[in-house]
Every structure is written in structure tokens, then in C-alpha cells.
Design a protein around this ligand. Structure first.
Ligand code: SF4
Length: 434
């Protein structure tokens, strides 16, 4: 019989499986919390409200994985002892990847402090595009719930939201009801960027869908021109950032007339040199347009536990990742403690890679010795010194994650998919063996 959780009911009456309701999905930063999933001896089955990513994540077979040393099966205790031995000898270890939830990250912080390690998330290059703007100029942001209930204009900035978060439009934009209107106004959705999939925007709530196919590298130029236009500065030329000037003027007018506009982007999608300047331009425009209308930003992304790990690092150390504990106290430097930079410069002599959600969060190809605590099937270019299979929070054990808008922490149910240990318990064993 599968493990009973708060949302579980016996699905067949004979103890062979459970059906779990109101399941929170940990496979992207949106954390949809309305899935229905059944469990049986053959595994989990997503019954309702799961996108393709959720189905791939929950229904994956994780059985049969064993701890290994040098590619050979060993017991968990042996693998823990070997991992602790490597960590104890390392001069400057990195605890990286960090695909985990709040509980797992708390264990990472404890181990980092004890072993004098550097912590960094696999996706923090993208997150830092946002953090730099937040730290230097601040911003005006909204939440998924605010956007869902209040917005009448969405501007999607260079981000293929439908691919990254397949249920964002369904849960936030296409919604027919609102907490604040009996007959909520129609919504306009503008896709500012090249090759963006508009197919997720459908239904009676949607008025216009507008595509403005600008190259991502020119989005900063366009939004900066929009800000200048809002201030009354005359912009000359027939085109702005490769788009007709009239289209940009029209967009500025729509922003001014909006009751509540939201500019949406995901930092991983803005992957070009100095993309943080584009995010800064968007943030400054949002501040400017607030002089005329209510407007806010909404940053998406946060997959593979990136939001949760940055939140826990900030709660406990005061800094959002890229922290070294080598001196015995938290030392923060966004350049110096970038995991990828340190690995390329061979400044670390041990990489402890953590990836508990998807097999895609592969460690970088490096000859630095590696201890991997990963979900079974994790793509590895070479055999690590030690591999310990761990469970996925929200499928194999319970947990907590912070949603992408940073305002809600959601509980994850134990769906009893496997008996794989959680990261927190494995790291606690390694810490006590150090
Ligand atoms: S959109 Fe994200 S959170 Fe929602 S079901 Fe899909 S992967 Fe899960």
C-alpha cells in the first residue's frame, strides 16, 4: 500500500494503491497545487491537471538504483563513509547543482558550514541576472495570484513561457474569474520576442494577442525607448530595436491605459551577454509607467529548486547563494564563488553535485573528483567517485518548496513512489561521519 498523505485516499479499496489529490508539482517553479495522482505497484500515474513535464517527472521509473563507489554497487553506509572521507580531505569543496527543496537546502547549509564548502546552484547564472537588478536598483514586482486576479495587460518579454512553465497561461492568464470583478475585463497579451509560442493563450477571457518578434538582444533597447517615450522624449527613426516605431508607440499607449499591466520574463530565457541590463531596463520601465498606471514585473523560472535554495541560503546566511564557508563564516562574492568559474579555474578539489528532481540537471564535464547525490537516471558524462541515489521531494518523500514569486511556501506530499532516502537524511549522515 502506498504511503498515506494528507491528500491521499485508497483508490481501489483493497490496499493496492492510493489516489492523491491537491498534489503540488515540484517540476517547475510555478508549483501547481491541483494535481491528482494515483499510485499503484507499477508506479505513479498523473490523472488530472499535470502538464507533460509533470507526467515525465512523476511517472519516471526510479527503481533499482543503488549507491556506488567507482561504479560498483555498495551499501548506503559505505557510500556515506566514502563521501565523508572525500569531503574531509578536500581543501575547497563545492556543494553545487543544489536541485533540492527547503529541507534539503537546510541540510546543505549545515554541511557547507561544517566542511568549509562553497554553495552555488546550477541555474544561478540565470538567477543572478535578476539578483543584480534587485540588489542595485530594486524593482516593483507582483505575484502569481495578483497577476491572475488583477491584470488586464500581460507583456511577455523574450521568454517561451509555454515551454518553460506549460500551465502558466492556464492558471494565471486564461482564467475566466477574478476575485475583484463579476465580469472581469478581457486581457491583452503581448509577446515581445522572437519565436515565442502563443498557443497557450486561449479562451473567452483573452481579447487581443499581439506578437512583436524582436531579437532578444534588442529587447533592452526597445524597453529603454519605451521608457523614454513615456517620459515624453521624442524618438526618431522608423524602427526601434528592429520593430516598426508605430508598434512600439502603440505598446506604450496600451501600457499607459492598462488598469494593471504585468511584464513577465524568466531570466534563463534571457541568455545573452549582459542580459541583466535588459532586466534592469524592464524594471526601470515598470517604475516609470507606475506614474501613469498600475504596473508590475513578474519573474518566472526557478526550476530545479532554484528559488527554494536561494531563499534558504538568504534566510540562513544573509546571501542568496555563491557563499563560501571556507573561513568559518559566510563570505559572499557573486563572481569569486561562481561554481562554474571555480571549476574552470580548478580552484576546487571536490564537487558534491545534488540533483533530486530531473535527470537533466547534469553536472558540468570536469575532471575534478565528484560525489553525486542524484535522482536515478541522472545524466552523467563519467562515473563519479561516489554516487548516492536520492528521492525527489513531492514524489518519494515529503518536503516544502518556495514558489517562483517568493511569497508562498507549499508543502509537497510523500506519494510513496520509492523508498529512496531524501537528501536531508543522506547529508545528515555524511555530516555526522565527517
Ligand atoms: S506547469 Fe510546472 S508546476 Fe505546473 S504541472 Fe507543469 S511542471 Fe508542474
Amino acid at each position: 500500500m502506498g504511503a498515506q498523505g494528507p491528500g491521499a485516499r485508497d483508490s481501489d479499496g483493497n490496499g493496492a494503491g492510493n489516489t492523491y489529490e491537491n498534489v503540488t508539482c515540484p517540476f517547475c517553479g510555478i508549483l501547481c497545487d491541483d494535481l491528482e495522482i494515483s499510485s499503484s505497484r507499477s508506479g505513479l500515474k498523473v490523472k488530472k491537471n499535470g502538464c507533460g513535464k509533470a507526467i515525465a517527472g512523476f511517472e519516471r521509473d526510479v527503481s533499482g538504483a543503488k549507491p556506488q563507489i567507482g561504479g560498483k554497487d555498495v551499501s548506503l553506509a559505505e557510500a556515506v563513509t566514502a563521501a565523508a572521507g572525500l569531503l574531509g580531505k578536500a581543501r575547497l569543496p563545492i556543494l553545487g547543482g543544489l536541485g533540492t527543496d527547503v529541507d534539503g537546502m537546510r541540510a546543505v547549509m549545515a554541511l557547507a558550514e561544517k566542511s568549509g564548502a562553497v554553495i552555488d546552484h546550477a541555474l544561478s547564472d540565470a538567477q543572478y541576472r535578476n539578483f543584480r537588478v534587485l540588489q542595485s536598483g530594486g524593482w516593483v514586482m507582483t505575484t502569481l495570484t495578483e497577476a491572475r486576479n488583477r491584470a488586464d495587460l500581460f507583456i511577455i518579454i523574450g521568454t517561451d513561457v509555454h515551454k518553460m512553465h506549460p500551465h502558466f497561461f492556464k492558471r494565471v492568464v486564461n482564467v475566466e474569474t477574478s476575485m475583484f470583478w463579476d465580469n472581469p475585463p478581457k486581457r491583452t497579451v503581448v509577446f515581445l520576442g522572437e519565436g515565442l509560442d502563443t498557443s497557450g493563450v486561449t479562451g473567452s477571457r483573452i481579447g487581443e494577442v499581439i506578437s512583436l518578434p524582436a531579437k532578444n538582444e534588442r529587447l533592452g533597447e526597445i524597453v529603454t525607448a519605451m521608457r523614454a517615450m513615456s517620459k515624453g522624449v521624442a524618438i526618431t527613426g522608423d524602427t526601434i530595436g528592429g520593430l516598426p516605431r508605430a508598434a512600439i508607440e502603440d505598446l506604450v499607449e496600451r501600457c499607459k491605459k492598462a488598469t494593471y499591466g504585468v511584464m513577465v520574463w524568466a531570466p534563463p530565457a534571457l541568455s545573452f551577454p549582459n542580459a541583466d541590463l535588459t532586466i534592469q531596463a524592464v524594471s526601470e520601465y515598470v517604475k516609470e509607467i507606475n506614474l501613469h498606471a498600475r504596473f508590475a514585473g513578474l519573474a518566472l523560472g526557478g526550476n530545479e529548486g532554484a528559488v527554494s535554495t536561494a531563499a534558504v541560503a538568504a534566510w540562513q546566511s544573509g546571501f542568496p547563494l555563491r557563499v563560501s564557508f571556507a573561513s568559518g563564516k559566510p563570505d559572499y562574492d557573486i563572481e569569486r564563488y561562481s561554481m562554474l568559474r571555480m571549476i574552470a579555474a580548478k580552484e576546487s578539489d571536490l564537487l558534491v553535485w545534488i540533483a533530486s528532481f530531473t535527470p537533466d540537471l547534469a553536472p558540468p564535464d570536469t575532471d575534478i573528483p565528484m560525489v553525486v547525490l542524484g535522482t536515478p537516471g541522472l545524466r552523467l558524462a563519467s562515473k563519479p567517485e561516489v554516487f548516492i541515489p536520492i528521492g525527489t521531494p513531492g514524489a518519494d518523500h515529503a518536503g516544502i518548496m518556495v514558489r517562483v514569486d517568493n511569497v508562498v511556501s507549499l508543502p509537497l506530499q510523500n506519494l510513496g513512489r520509492s523508498s529512496l532516502p531524501g537528501l536531508g537524511s543522506v547529508l545528515a549522515q555524511i555530516e555526522s561521519a565527517l
